[in-house]
Design a protein around this ligand. Structure first.
Ligand code: AHM
Ligand code: MG
Length: 335
């Protein structure tokens, strides 16, 4: 029992690692932890929705039953606003910025960008989904409202990032720039316990994750890379294994543990791919770099891209260093 380290304990123990440490970031992470537990509870009941009341009906308190992605968005927003460490939030679920205008929040130093329920179409079929978050220090003066420039910062300015995977077990994985640490949720205790300290991704891997249904819409370099993955070259451990869940968090998490690459390239119909730079790519890029891998748009380091709009999309290649470099070389050779 004495060996168990909870997420709360771990955050406090490592508080000195945070830039400008003053306990506020610890408290902010505590808010995320709390919202994650609430969302986890609801996701675990997802299959019961049709039995105990469908979306659109009202529960006993008279509240309308919400779709889970809307529910997750509201819970994370509420938790982030409540403790006053955050002056505003940008969310994949919201068209515009959410500025917290209470005095307490205007004094806050941080903004959070999030995808509250990524891969939410997987909920209906009982497959893993996730929450992704990214934390920055604001650049506008404390005391005023959060402004758009607080959110449009390149990924290398993140002070923390992480995800929660609601899977066969629920885990919270995060970094503050001092390695990547994973905590598994024990529902009987209601706590996240340190289970994966200092996670690192192998330099090379044998798993590639891509929606191959889009094959004919991919750039030439990506098509060639897919064929490279499939070639029969046993001395080079090929063919690789194809694994695609369609939940970025779950695909990323598996590749982080085992080594591999996740690809969401540009397509003929979506020239910038599908994934969002601010809510999905930057936080995953921070995590993967901290774990020893890399994240690229095919040419440039994701974390150096200067965002111009909140919901900006970007082609995304993330995972084991050698694999991502290989795709980049194919994209260069076959533009
Ligand atoms: P979402 O934020 O609307 O859920 O979309 C993001 C998800 C990722 O989790 C996943 O990797 C990808 O979309 C799957 O897209 P596709 O179905 O085009 O392969
Ligand atoms: Mg998403």
């Amino acid at each position: 029992m004495s060996d168990i380290r909870t997420l709360g304990e771990f955050i406090v123990e490592n508080q000195h690692d945070f830039p400008h440490a003053s306990g506020e970031l610890s408290s902010l992470l505590g808010s995320i932890k709390l919202a994650a537990k609430i969302v986890n509870r609801e996701i675990n009941k997802a299959g019961l929705v049709d039995i105990i009341g469908d979306v659109g009906s009202e529960n006993v308190q008279g509240e309308a039953q919400k779709k889970l992605d809307v529910y997750a968005n509201e819970k994370f927003k509420a938790a982030l606003e409540a403790r006053g460490q955050v002056c505003g939030v940008a969310s994949e679920e919201e068209d515009e910025l959410v500025v917290f205008n209470k005095e307490l929040n205007r004094e806050a130093k941080y903004v959070v960008l999030m995808d509250p329920l990524d891969g939410s179409s997987n909920i209906d079929v009982n497959v893993s989904v996730g929450t992704i978050f990214s934390i920055y220090r604001r650049v506008t003066p404390v005391g005023g409202p959060a402004e758009i420039e607080d959110f449009l910062q390149p990924g290398d300015k993140q002070v923390a990032a992480g995800y929660i995977i609601y899977g066969s077990s629920t885990m919270l994985v995060y970094t503050t720039g001092n390695g990547v640490h994973g905590f598994t949720y024990d529902p009987s205790l209601g706590v996240f316990c340190l289970s994966h300290e200092n996670m690192t991704i192998p330099d090379d891997g044998q798993i590639y994750s891509i929606n191959e249904g889009n094959y004919f819409r991919f750039p030439q370099g990506v098509k060639k890379y897919i064929k490279f993955c499939q070639e029969n070259e046993p001395e080079d451990n090929r063919p690789y294994t194809s694994r695609y869940i369609g939940s970025l968090v779950a695909d990323f998490h598996r590749n982080l543990l085992k080594g591999g690459i996740y690809l969401y390239p540009s397509t003929a119909t979506h020239p910038n791919g599908k994934l969002r730079l601010l809510y999905e790519c930057n936080p995953m890029a921070f995590l993967i770099e901290q774990a020893g891998g890399i994240a690229s748009d095919g040419k440039n380091r994701i974390m150096e891209i200067k965002p111009t709009e909140l919901h900006q999309r970007v082609p995304f290649f993330v995972g084991s260093t050698k694999m991502v470099r290989k795709v980049e070389s194919f994209l260069e050779a076959f533009p």
